[in-house]
Design a protein around this ligand. Sequence first.
Ligand code: PDD
Length: 287
Amino acid sequence: MSRWVYVNGRYLPYGQAGVHVEDRGFQFADAVYEVCEIRGGRIVDESRHLARLERSLGELDMPMPMSAKALGRVIRETIRRNRVRDGLVYLQVTRGAAPRDFLFPDPERVPQTVVCTARSVPLAKVGLEMRPGIHVVTMPDERWARRDIKTVQLLASSLARQRARAKGAGEAWLVDGSGHVTEGAASNAWIVSEAGVLVTRPPSHDILKGVTRAAVFDLARREGLEIEERAFTVEEAKRAAEAFITSASNAVTPVLRIDDSPIGAGEPGPFTEKLARALYSVTELSI
Ligand code: PDD
């Protein structure tokens, strides 16, 4: 739990932190966010996360609320005040609070809302422990058509995770109209084909271009692994040798079963293990 929360220039105790009832994040989900992993007191891939934040804002015709450097200071101070060494830091930026109107308020008169929270989460030790594998269940992708923008419009994703949990699974794999997996409710989806090729869907409006996905790409290239950026069907995934998910909060997490089909030998495979163990050798760690 974040004990101190940054809200619009002030650090407030958790119980006193809030935004206005007319905030457009609340009324319209008119907001974007980022989540960074904190590992050993360092921020993982901060520049890539802040670059994606700027892109997401730009796609919604919003500027950065302050410079990336100033946002970095807010993130660090929030981590420091909450004494987080291993955990997650969240940043939300909305179009601000204004009388309810579908049209955007005048940006000259309405400042954006900026919220930052940080909390400790126990993480697997780098190179020593593997995250336990999870089961995933597949279901139709009911999200909007611009999943490349990291908006706080997360209702369909939340419903999907909840439905997955009700079936004892750790993640939902969302499936488009043609039977291809888009991504997880809050992670990117990967398989290792029967031929030993890493396969993940190419960046487009259909998926969020994950920062962890980019790191795994760098790592796979360094290790000389073959990668194909293409969509795969649920059937292909069920026949795969290995499967895993990537995200800031899950790093590389093995997938051991998809619906009722065990993947490979039903335990983490060698590609997944290699990528999970070496992930932090390719990430930027900033203090
Ligand atoms: N989720 N796809 C979706 C839909 C996501 O929400 C996320 C991240 C990812 C992976 O992106 P990254 O590697 O940059 O974390 C892919 C974050 C962690 C969350 O909301 O919890």
